[in-house]
Design a binder for this molecule. Structure first.
Ligand SMILES: NC(=O)C1=CN([C@@H]2O[C@H](COP(=O)(O)OP(=O)(O)OC[C@H]3O[C@@H](n4cnc5c(N)ncnc54)[C@H](OP(=O)(O)O)[C@@H]3O)[C@@H](O)[C@H]2O)C=CC1
Ligand SMILES: O=C(CO)[C@H](O)[C@H](O)COP(=O)(O)O
Length: 470
């Protein structure tokens, strides 16, 4: 029997579609899943390619050419460890395992170390684009063992999304760099989604737009500089009707958001690295806050407020487009700043130009704006922050006044805009040459003798605050 080039474990949404994509690109691939229904579905969908699925892990492993390339697309966490445990006794030295799920980067580091002791190459790869992306061209972020990467590079490049002919996949860096970058991608994704939710709230509850009007506005914006995958799918949501009731499906969805953890992990790491990403943090908190439905309902009854309708809708639309653009720039800026810091801390050797390039196509956060970001990092590899680029600065000058107007109007009208407000405050904090944190240092020294530095003299100082000129 001719052996298979790559085997996929986990034939759910992502695994099945990525495997079909590989088969479309003439790679001889196979799959394994514990669930017989998944195997049947793979064979039905893959009839044209004679795609084979195995119900026995042993047969699946025997069917692969040496050295074996095994890709995992199973749920992240404990399941990945149990699949690896089952796999290892069946593999030989030199074989490789590619974990393409949303694994936590610290799990990836641990697994790489454990598997290298067994002589097995392991690398973690983030993949983005959802079902459609996996099937027709995702963005992929592989990191870790370069031998293993080189062995699958031609497959990954062939199946990835392409922008101007360039594949949306590149070697990200050593260790768990691939999974780290995918995690931050998801943090940016959470932020962009929350900003769009706040925009919806402003339009619906602030300015009284109906779903059709919001669809029209998003359609108009998506034809301009805001063009992005998330704006496009959000626009389409406003059109979808419920089969049962005939009403808008969106209006029937409970307002409590779930999450699988990648946004939270991004916020947790940012705190550990002391690299602030407040807008991403707010998007994580907004999902968590939404879960207190009963409390929200009780408080809205106990503390009702009247929302004032925004009447100058024309000006409001123009300003909102600018504010939305600003908040999107800031979401990327915070994520990229975190990557810069993590690269130093974890020695990931991240190339932000290349990362913005592979995010331009295939992934959930793909957007026209990434072209400007890519240009910014192409001009200056060590750009300290996205706001430091002169092209971005010109855009900021134009859009900040409108952002202020939108945030003020939201606050006056009692509409919660945590991401918009935090993005603006982040901007104001970052471009402040003199922060008020000299006072924080004085307070710390006053009550705890924690010392401070002076602006007129080198060294570490402590003052006797109680006896000084009171
Ligand atoms: N869905 C998405 O849009 C994206 C998902 N991801 C990530 O990709 C990974 C896979 O996600 P997705 O495809 O959506 O998940 P699914 O749940 O759709 O598919 C996972 C598949 O793995 C199977 N499985 C579970 N345990 C085992 C095992 N021990 N051996 C073999 N097969 C097993 C599951 O079977 P069963 O159902 O019977 O348990 C299921 O068929 C996750 O880490 C996810 O976070 C990344 C990007 C986008
Ligand atoms: O990885 C993805 C896309 O890039 C997934 O869509 C993402 O994991 C969804 O996350 P959550 O369920 O937490 O909203």
């Amino acid at each position: 029997m001719n052996k298979f080039t790559l085997g996929m474990i986990g034939l759910g949404t992502m695994g099945r579609n990525l495997l079909l994509n590989m088969a479309d690109n003439d790679f001889k691939v196979t799959g394994y899943d514990k669930d017989p229904k998944m195997l049947q579905k793979l064979e039905e969908d893959g009839k044209a390619h004679n795609l084979k699925g195995f119900a026995s892990l042993e047969d699946f492993i025997r069917s692969l050419e040496l050295p074996r390339r095994v890709m995992l697309l199973v749920p992240a966490g404990q399941i990945v460890d149990s699949v690896i445990k089952e796999l290892v006794p069946l593999l030989d030295k030199g074989d490789m395992i590619i974990d393409s799920g949303n694994s936590h980067f610290t799990d990836t580091s641990r697994r790489a170390t454990e598997l290298s002791e067994e002589g097995i190459h392991f690398f973690g790869m983030g993949i983005s684009g959802g079902e459609e992306g996996a099937r027709f061209g995702p963005s992929m972020m592989p990191g870790g063992d370069k031998t293993a990467y080189n062995a699958v590079k031609p497959i990954l490049e062939a199946v990835s999304a392409k922008v101007n002919g360039d594949p949306c996949v590149a070697y990200i860096g050593p260790g768990a760099a691939g999974h780290f970058v995918k995690m931050v991608h998801n943090g940016i994704e959470y932020s962009m989604m929350q900003i769009l939710a706040e925009t919806y709230d402003l339009l619906k509850n602030g300015a009284g737009y109906n779903n059709d009007q919001i669809y029209g506005l998003f359609e108009k914006w998506n034809n301009g500089r805001l063009k992005s995958f998330l704006l496009e799918v959000t626009r389409d949501i406003f059109k979808v009707k419920d089969e049962k009731t005939g009403g808008y499906l969106l209006d029937l969805i409970k307002d409590e958001a779930k999450s699988k953890g990648t946004g939270k992990w991004t916020s947790q790491v940012s705190m550990d690295l002391q690299l602030p990403i407040p807008t991403i943090n707010e998007s994580v908190s907004s999902r968590d806050l939404s879960k207190f439905k009963a409390l929200r309902v009780a408080l809205s009854n106990a503390l009702p407020h009247k929302r004032i309708e925004i009447t100058d809708k024309k000006t409001f639309e123009v300003q909102l487009e600018q504010a939305l653009y600003f908040a999107m720039i800031t979401s990327y800026a915070q994520g990229l700043h975190l990557l810069e810091q993590a690269s130093k801390e974890f020695k990931y050797e991240l190339n932000l130009k290349e990362i913005s390039q592979i995010w331009r196509g295939g992934c959930i956060i793909r957007a026209e704006l990434l072209e400007d970001i890519y240009q910014a990092y192409s001009k200056q590899a060590g750009l300290p922050h996205l706001y430091s680029d002169s092209g971005i600065q010109q855009q900021l000058e134009e859009i900040i006044p409108a952002t202020r107007a939108i945030v003020i109007s939201a606050i006056q009208n009692g509409i919660a805009v945590p991401c918009y407000a935090s993005a603006l405050t982040y901007f104001d904090s970052l471009r402040t040459d003199k922060s008020p944190l000299n006072l924080t240092q004085a307070q710390r020294d006053f009550f705890g003798a924690h010392t401070f530095e002076r602006i007129d003299e080198e060294g570490i100082f402590h003052a006797d605050w109680n006896s000084n000129n009171l």
